[in-house]
Write a protein that binds this ligand. Structure first.
Ligand code: ADP
Ligand code: MG
Length: 270
């Protein structure tokens, strides 16, 4: 009997034999090569890989912003055909509306859903509070720091109550200290408001610190090379101290070896 590598279920999210070819004037680019992955409900999965390996492509496909060439994405039993309120996305660039207040930015998706004015304000207040921005609701994005803006972007994505939160290098533009604080804040939010998270990063420490599983991609064309099950080795709740624990270092060694091997391939040094 052949064992299927994708367990298609009506809970969680399935990436089912996804291939993506970009057709460009210079020829075809095979960005993703037959990727299959099952993400469990409320699981935190990190997608780790070298630059250009197809991480953003895979996330945009899951979000519905990009079509597959072959294969499909199934969220909670439904095949995805485009963007939907079941999936919220946060990009590296803050993507806030500068002419709207923090509260209006958080309310944006909710207004499109046609919830009542009072409901919308209450939900926006709740999520502003959750990301630690209580009291800043009436300010405009340009008066906030990078870390605060990204918290608004996370609150806006969460306000729609998606089952899946998609994060594409959300802390990539932040300095090291702010980044560390944001990672802890994200874990805190996830604990208070559990949902499936798929987070793209090229930062090995960030992936191991945050995730239940770390899916490491090969250099282009992107495939899943190995999945590190870090959940058992690094118990929760986690704080920054776990980054110096023995098991963290062992996962980091393994991830570094794979990423190095893939980077060498990319540079044609191996
Ligand atoms: P990552 O996020 O891992 O850095 P991307 O998903 O952005 O990688 O890109 C994967 C590959 O696909 C790269 O070679 C990139 O140049 C190519 N690519 C991405 N987007 C497009 C596009 N819209 N058109 C053509 N090629 C693209
Ligand atoms: Mg990218």
């Amino acid at each position: 009997m052949q064992i299927k590598d994708v367990e298609t279920s009506n809970t969680g999210l399935d990436v089912d034999n996804v291939t993506k070819i970009y057709e460009t004037q210079k020829g075809n680019i095979l960005a993703l090569d037959n990727i299959s992955l099952h993400v469990k409900p409320n699981e935190f999965l990190a997608l780790l890989g070298t630059s250009g390996c197809g991480k953003s492509t895979l996330l945009r496909i899951i979000c519905g912003l990009e079509k597959t060439t072959e294969g499909k994405i199934i969220n909670q039993g439904k095949t995805i055909t485009g963007p939907g309120a079941d999936r919220g996305m946060v990009f590296q660039a803050y993507n806030l509306f500068p002419w709207m207040t923090i509260s209006e930015n958080i309310q944006f998706g909710l207004k499109q859903k046609k919830a009542s004015g009072r409901q919308v304000r209450e939900i926006a207040e709740h999520y502003a509070d959750l990301v630690g921005l209580k009291g800043f609701e009436n300010q405009y994005p340009n008066s906030l720091s990078g870390g605060m803006r990204q918290r608004v972007a996370i609150a806006r994505a969460l306000a729609n109550d998606p089952s899946v939160l998609l994060l594409d290098e959300p802390f990539g533009a932040l300095d090291m200290q702010t980044r560390g604080v944001m990672q802890e804040l994200l874990l805190d939010i996830w604990q208070k408001s559990p949902k499936t998270i798929i987070m793209v990063t090229h930062d090995i420490d960030e992936a191991i610190f945050l995730a239940d599983r770390v899916a490491i991609m090969s250099a282009r064309p992107g495939k899943i090379k190995e999945i590190l099950d870090v959940k058992d080795g690094i118990p929760r709740p986690r704080n920054y101290h776990v980054k110096t624990s023995q098991s963290f270092i062992e996962y980091k060694e393994r991830a570094t070896d794979i990423i190095r091997e893939e980077s060498m391939k990319l540079l044609k040094l191996s």
